[in-house]
Ligand binder design. Structure first.
Ligand code: XMP
Length: 508
């Protein structure tokens, strides 16, 4: 299988580069610069190497640097930003602080003919983010692009297939960034682009077959996309040595628990333990109104359930987690103020005694996880499922949570989702919220005093920001009519027309 090595020097875009490479049908592996030797690179048969960017200056005391030997392996190299400067440094050029000439953001770049810039216009827009620049070229290199402030925005030693670009071809702001990477992969490295998701599956299964031979593995299954795909993938690798525990806290959507059971036990014949814990969760939540308090209680109760299961099932060597690349990026952001404490199964590793964590989807983006899920044969409804918070309906029931309220919300939510889907309305996430407002209504000739349900539907790319979905009035009318008719305790329906920010997607 042809593959390219993304050698990471501490940049924030390492996995994005890998993703861009994979989009071209070439497998990319990301490794930190100090985790692989030149001999290992050679032996692994990489078709090309990409040096990532990074926040350091090449002359800095603790600057991450690989040996010059990496450039002598007869494998094409593309250095990006810091990687570009590192190539110049290793080859004997010099790097200087750009001072006032530092560039950040969209910049006009003038490119010259070379294999890397094949088919790219002489003048285009690229994304720059640097405070140093290559001041003196190493021997054998020629300048292949410049900007107004940067005399060496790109350089090349065409004969050796070694290229450096000061700008970031992997970000979408660089107009011809994709073409630059394509030129490197196909024009310079000679890749054919025959890698498919199947290869990812095969490779991951092989890897864990070896690494986890004879080990017992636990997976906390939530029924969401990521943990489901991780579980089925690991099941392929270790079979019955994988046990999935699915905690039904009684705050799932209508029929959700049964459908999880049907897929994993029925379709895949996996060892699945469903813990029906509705009663104990509701007991813990009784009378609690504060959103963060609810999240904390549910998170802790999850851990208690797992601890108890651990006592019954015996010790597991590894825990599988459905961590995906955006989670990795999110958790790398330091202590940005907590808006909501997102709860999945983050607390498990600290209270249960595992040898380690297995995160088979760590390098994948959501759309790639979905592609893997479909290839593994997981039903489309599950793979395409919209996000659902770990604390479930508890954060969609405003105020205290009771079984009666959860049942009411489940019905209203199912109707709303059914109507949107029937009408083919495209939204990224849509659900119902049970407010804690009751209001007066009239049904037949009688007065009613019932719950107000709020409908929420948003469009978003990344869930960091979102807009409320412009659902046609007649679809809203139908959903509202059905909810007030079919769900006895509800007599009023409102539609939430707030974007994020200032609101959040969920109400709590
Ligand atoms: P907010 O409400 O913060 O939600 O705008 C953004 C996205 O995250 C989902 N969400 C969660 N997902 N565990 C999760 O896995 C949680 O605790 C959680 N809380 C919110 C929310 O549904 C939306 O898609």
């Amino acid at each position: 299988m042809e593959k390219v090595l993304v050698l990471d020097f501490g940049g924030q875009y390492d996995l994005l580069i890998a993703r861009r490479v994979r989009e071209n049908g070439v497998f990319a592996e990301v490794l930190s610069y100090d985790r692989i030797t030149p001999a290992e690179i050679k032996a692994a048969g990489y078709k090309g190497i990409i040096f990532t960017g990074g926040p350091n200056s090449v002359y800095g005391e603790s600057a991450p640097r690989c040996g010059r030997e990496v450039l002598e392996l007869d494998i094409p190299v593309l250095g990006i930003c810091y990687g570009h400067q590192l190539i110049a440094f290793l080859e004997g050029g010099s790097i200087k602080p750009a001072g006032n000439a530092s560039e950040y953001g969209k910049t006009t770049v003038f490119a010259q003919k070379c294999r890397l810039f094949e088919g790219i216009p002489e003048k285009s827009v690229c994304w720059m983010s640097h405070t140093d620049y290559v001041a003196e070229l190493p021997e054998g290199f020629a300048v292949t692009a410049f900007t107004e402030a940067c005399p060496c925005a790109a350089m090349a030693d065409e004969a050796r297939g070694i290229y450096g670009v000061q700008f970031h071809p992997e970000v979408t702001h660089t107009e011809y960034g994709k073409a630059v990477l394509r030129n490197f992969l196909f024009g310079v490295c000679g890749c054919t682009g025959d890698w498919r998701m199947d290869d990812f599956i095969e490779k991951t299964v092989e890897k864990y077959k070896k690494e986890l031979a004879g080990k017992r593995i636990l997976c906390a299954l939530s029924g969401g996309v990521d943990s489901s795909v991780a579980a089925v993938l690991m099941h392929r690798a270790v079979g019955d040595r994988l046990t999935c525990v699915f905690v039904d806290h009684g705050l799932l959507r209508k029929n959700e628990g049964d459908s999880v059971e049907r897929v994993f036990r029925g379709l895949f014949d996996m060892r699945l333990i469903r813990v029906n814990a509705e009663e104990r969760f509701l007991k813990k939540l009784a009378g609690v109104k504060e959103p963060e308090e609810k999240r904390k209680i549910i998170g802790e109760e999850f851990i208690r359930v797992f601890e108890e299961q651990g006592k019954v099932l015996g010790r597991f060597d590894y825990l599988v987690q459905g961590t995906i690349y955006p989670d990795v990026v999110e958790s790398g952001k330091g202590d940005a103020s907590t808006i909501k404490s997102h709860h999945n199964v983050g607390g498990l590793p600290s209270v249960m005694d595992f040898d380690g964590i297995v995160e088979p989807l760590r390098e994948l983006f959501k759309d790639e996880v979905r592609a893997v899920g479909l290839k593994l044969g997981i039903p489309r409804e599950l793979v395409m499922r919209q996000p659902f918070p770990g604390p479930g309906l508890a954060v969609r029931i405003i105020g205290d949570v009771t079984k009666e309220k959860a049942d009411t919300l489940r019905e209203a939510d199912a109707i709303f989702r059914e109507e949107l889907e029937a009408a083919g309305v495209g939204a990224s996430q849509y659900f119902a919220v049970l407010t804690d407002t009751k209001s007066v209504g009239v049904m037949g000739d009688a007065r009613t005093y019932g719950y107000t349900v709020a409908l929420r539907a948003v469009t978003t790319d990344d869930f960091m920001t979102a807009d409320w979905a412009r659902i046609p009035y007649d679809v809203l009318a139908k959903a509202s009519g059905r909810i007030t008719n079919e769900v006895k305790t509800v007599n009023r329906v409102v539609y939430d027309i707030t974007s994020k920010p200032p609101a959040t997607v969920e109400w709590e």
